[in-house]
Write a protein that binds this ligand. Structure first.
Ligand SMILES: [Zn+2]
Length: 157
């Protein structure tokens, strides 16, 4: 029986796929994306998938699509997500109830299971394939495959 991948590695694998999905979702047909919280425009590969409610506060929102958007590194890292502007932009995009909606999804002692990770990995691989940019036949997520391949079967290709 094959050795099962450890949970942190599954999480890392899911994050690479999810992060690429978010950044490509937010990009235009030329692959350019505007930072969610400032006027900066960059290629999606230079952008980061930045959280509104950070992982340190709500593990249950790490992989929530409305809680994560393409941001520049300046806002995501150095301004810690630029949360004041982030809140304004969230309400513009999703309507006035979005902050309450995200807050209501915070859960104490939340844990993802192996099944959760496996399901989300399948879902986001599929979503990436459906984006259809730049070319459906060449999914870009191959660039982001975790490098430590030996401990579990690599099935991204
Ligand atoms: Zn920015």
């Amino acid at each position: 029986m094959a050795k099962l991948p450890p949970l942190p590695r599954l999480k890392k694998k899911l994050w690479k796929i999810f992060s690429e999905y978010i950044r490509r979702r937010d990009a235009d047909e030329n692959g350019m994306v505007k930072c969610f919280t400032c006027p900066k425009i960059m290629h999606w590969k230079e952008s980061q998938a930045g959280h509104y409610i950070p992982q340190s506060i709500a593990l249950s929102l790490v992989f929530h699509e409305k809680n994560v958007h393409a941001q520049c590194a300046g806002d995501n890292l150095y301004k810690r997500g630029n949360p004041t502007v982030y809140a304004i932009e969230l309400q513009k995009r999703y309507g006035p109830g979005i902050l309450e909606e995200l807050q209501s999804m915070r859960q104490e002692n939340f844990r993802y299971t192996r099944v959760d990770y496996d399901e989300m990995i399948s879902v986001y691989k599929e979503k990436l394939n459906k984006i259809g940019w730049p070319d459906k036949s060449k999914p870009v997520y191959k660039d982001y495959v975790c490098t430590e391949k030996d401990d579990y079967p690599e099935d991204l290709e």
